[in-house]
Ligand binder design. Structure first.
Ligand code: FEO
Length: 169
């Protein structure tokens, strides 16, 4: 059984992961409106990945006999100045996700919920990858600056990102 306080925190995190998916979908729309389908594809796949994160928390709360309570999601930002600004915003967002995962780990350690701690360790590792993936695109966008050909080259690379594969149940 999951503690009431942990159930509340996990439900809040379900909302935040869903808001992340919503934000990346909004970023995908903006990129594609600029004719940058590769950037849009990357963001679409990222939105899918966030939905998988939602479902991991969703299933964990239910598996522990908890109550999933979905909360309202605010409209995400929908305009940016450049692909670089989009990815800088995505990087800042991922750092915030990491901060929240770390705070959840602190909480589960306080209440000595070892199963929840084991569950969260997957996310601790995942966030290293999530930050690195976005940071890599930010670095390359900074390198090319306003050079349209450079941006189109990165766009082409990002079009290769494929759909995330859910973990086997
Ligand atoms: Fe679900 Fe990108 O963190």
């Amino acid at each position: 059984m999951i503690a009431e306080s942990l159930q509340r925190d996990f439900n809040q995190h379900i909302q935040f992961e869903m808001a992340s998916s919503y934000l990346y979908l909004s970023m995908a729309a903006w990129c594609e409106q600029q004719g940058l389908r590769g950037f849009g594809n990357w963001m679409r796949q990222q939105a899918e990945e966030e939905r998988l994160h939602v479902m991991k928390f969703f299933d964990f709360v239910l598996d522990r006999g908890g109550d999933v309570r979905l909360e309202a999601i605010d409209a995400p930002r929908h305009e940016w100045e450049s692909p670089l600004e989009v990815f800088e915003a995505a990087y800042a967002h991922e750092c915030e996700v990491s901060r929240r995962i770390n705070a959840l780990v602190d909480t589960v350690m306080e209440v000595r919920d070892h199963a929840a701690n084991a569950f969260l360790q997957w996310f601790v590792n995942e966030q290293v990858e999530e930050e690195a993936n976005v940071s890599d695109v930010v670095s390359r966008l900074r390198l090319v600056g306003a050079d349209g050909r450079g941006i189109l080259l990165i766009d082409q690379e990002l079009s290769a990102r494929t759909a995330p594969i859910p973990d086997p149940a």
